[in-house]
Ligand binder design. Structure first.
Ligand code: T46
Length: 136
């Protein structure tokens, strides 16, 4: 079973110069999984939240590449809140963790590196089904 303690801030490389910064992310080096998909959340209206589900197998790294937002993670027993606001830090979320993304700043962008392609069958969108999977 996964726990909120398995969710960790990953410090990404930051190569800074007079012209700005670049943060490369390499599979199995900076993050523990192979990247199977990249997507991003943007234009999130004020007061709206995203997420509200868990994944059976998917692992992800969430990075605030612009602005900020909060991620509330929940293993069915304990919850933790992370505020992401840096391009050189990401939140690693393993499988079987419920997540809610909220408090997006205006223009906030969440970049997601995911371990696999999109598969709706990998989602727990029902909280009780998620709790059963976590043996809670
Ligand atoms: C997560 C948070 C951070 C696709 O067709 N392909 C995709 O790769 C994704 C992620 C979504 N979709 C479709 C499925 C739904 O019809 O886009 C629609 C919205 O997806 P969802 O409700 O999953 O979006 P979020 O922002 O609530 O959640 C997503 C990820 O699904 C999730 O894994 O952790 O972003």
């Amino acid at each position: 079973m996964s726990s909120v303690n398995d969710c960790k801030i990953i410090y990404l490389p930051r190569i800074a110069s007079r012209q700005g910064c670049i943060s490369p992310v390499t599979s199995c080096k900076d993050i523990s999984f192979d990247i199977g998909r990249v997507y991003y959340l943007y234009d999130v209206p004020d007061g709206e939240s995203r997420g509200g589900h868990a994944h059976m197998q998917l692992q992800q790294l969430l990075v605030a590449v612009m602005g900020s937002f909060d991620v509330v993670i929940d293993d069915g027993r304990e919850k933790k809140r992370f505020t992401l606001n840096r391009g050189d830090q990401g939140l690693f979320i393993p499988k079987l963790i419920w997540r809610e993304l909220e408090n997006f700043s205006t223009g906030g962008i969440c970049l997601v590196l995911a371990s696999d392609i999109y598969d709706e069958k990998d989602y727990y969108r029902d909280y009780d089904a998620f709790l059963r999977a976590q043996n809670r």
